[in-house]
Design a protein around this ligand. Structure first.
Ligand code: ASP
Ligand code: MG
Length: 469
């Protein structure tokens, strides 16, 4: 069995964290049922990507700040190696870190000298968190007598299209490269520790997969290496019926099984467990994904696969996307003239505005977008205004609530229960828009952001009333 194990930045905060992760890997390698081939994928250590992004931006204006920043970061990474027992493994890792720090210093100095930063420069600097993290974990694995190597995305041929900050892998090529550069070692018992978050385009420039993209890297690797399982290790029990911080630690419960569709819906809705793109490569090859809790490695976590759990609840989880804007547009032409929807959505697409939920009446089209796209959307609509749009308005400060579960397909009464609950809040919460897709896997609706926490509580209480711990 081939297992890809992904370790998130949230569980890689200091030396003890890396040691813990290495213990978990060692344990799995030793267990007869743990698997026999392993690939590790890492995020940057906790908070490091945020700091690199800020430092890269700062480099243009503040050359003097670069060296102290990198010295501090290097000291922290050396400290992360402090629990490696073997002096030899520690020295090798320090040497590798050193070389990497030299390269990023060079890159940041060039940015400072140029007084500006290209998207390629930015992605290059941003990728360093992962490049430092894999060195640290590798040292801990070697320290436990595991054969391991720290590999950067360049070393394994993680090729992408050229989009900076939002790249996509070129899968057939990645697969061929992995066959040549990674498979032989893995078959030989080596555990590569591979950087998540980025790849390189055909020109060899670093292109990241966007924030949180290490999960996606791990899924690509699992798919292209024909792994049996992708384990995503975090410090949560798994997917939950709702965010415990919002509905109460004693109310939310862990979900044992999700289908790919459910996990994907929840991730796009902002359940901060997996990067939303993670599921697709796995689904195509029916690779199981297991969200595992580093605090309780023996616990079963949440298993994501094609099969629905026949004993499971109709509704699996409720998720919330905050920071939403709701736009409503009315056309100039008669409401039944064809093409208005196409015009509106083409305009949004041209303005690179991504749309979440859509609802229409006979005369209007309403849709939600991320509020950060609102200026672009407004500008585009203003241009449309004269000929095509009679009027339009927008409200920001909204939140999109998603109730997800394949079991609601064909189960009557779910909508009634959801909106009955919303209506019982005091004062009642106004629902601004409602959508239910034809697949009946989710119901989503828009409420004001300042009421969403309450809304989540009442809907969760209604839907999971017999399910508390
Ligand atoms: N380190 C990157 C980030 O913070 C990628 C990841 O952790 O998934 O966004
Ligand atoms: Mg993450």
């Amino acid at each position: 069995m081939r297992v890809v194990m992904k370790f998130g930045g949230g569980i890689l905060a200091d030396a003890a964290c890396y040691a813990r992760v290495a213990d978990v890997v060692k344990q799995k390698v030793t267990e007869p049922w743990g698997g026999d081939e392993f690939v590790a994928v890492v995020s940057a250590a906790k908070g490091v990507t945020d700091r690199l992004i800020a430092a890269a931006k700062d480099a243009c204006k503040n050359k003097g700040g670069i060296a102290p920043f990198l010295e501090q970061l290097e000291a922290e990474h050396r400290e992360m190696l402090s629990l490696v027992q073997s002096a030899e493994h520690r020295a090798t890792a320090e040497e590798q870190l050193n070389r990497k720090f030299e390269r990023v210093l060079h890159a940041m100095t060039e940015i400072a000298d140029a007084g500006q930063m290209s998207p390629a420069d930015e992605d290059f600097v941003d990728s360093y968190g992962e490049r430092l993290s894999n060195v640290v974990l590798c040292a801990y694995l070697r320290d436990r007598d595991l054969k391991s190597e720290a590999l950067d995305a360049e070393d394994i041929g993680m090729v992408t299209n050229g989009r900076f900050g939002n790249a996509l892998p070129i899968l057939p090529q990645v697969r061929r490269n992995l066959e040549e550069l990674v498979e032989p070692g893995v078959e030989d018992g080596l555990i590569p520790v591979i950087t998540g978050y980025y790849g390189t385009n055909v020109r060899g420039e670093v292109t990241t997969f966007g924030r949180g993209g290490s999960d996606y890297s791990a899924a690509i690797l699992a798919a292209c290496l024909d792994a049996d399982v992708l384990e995503v290790w975090k410090d949560v029990e798994g997917f939950m019926t709702a965010n415990p911080k919002a509905v109460g630690e004693d109310k939310a419960r862990k979900i044992d099984r999700l289908t790919y569709d459910e996990a994907e819906e929840l991730s796009y809705f902002g359940a901060e467990i997996l990067h939303p793109r993670t599921i697709d490569p796995l689904r195509q090859q029916q690779i199981h994904c297991v969200v595992k809790d580093i605090r309780h490695p023996e616990a079963s976590g949440t298993v994501i696969s094609e099969e629905a759990d026949q004993y499971a609840l109709v509704i699996k989880s409720i998720a919330v996307k905050r920071g939403i804007a709701l736009i409503t547009v009315r056309g100039q032409r008669p409401a039944d003239a064809p093409g208005f929807a196409a015009d509106v959505f083409q305009t949004m697409a041209d303005a690179h505005v991504s749309i979440d939920a859509i609802a229409t009446s006979q005369t209007d089209i309403s849709f939600t977008i991320n509020a950060s796209h609102l200026p672009r959307a407004c500008e585009a609509l203003e241009k449309m205004e004269q000929e095509l749009v009679r009027e339009w308005y927008h409200n920001d400060g909204m939140a999109l609530v998603g109730v997800v579960g394949t079991g609601m397909r064909g189960t009557p009464g779910i909508n009634w229960r959801v909106f009955k609950a919303v209506g019982t809040a005091e004062p009642p919460i106004n629902v601004e828009m409602i959508c239910q897709g034809g697949s009946e896997i989710n119901i989503s609706f828009v409420v004001k952001e300042d009421r969403v926490q309450e809304c989540l509580k009442v809907v969760h209480a209604e839907l999971f009333k017999n399910e508390g711990r």
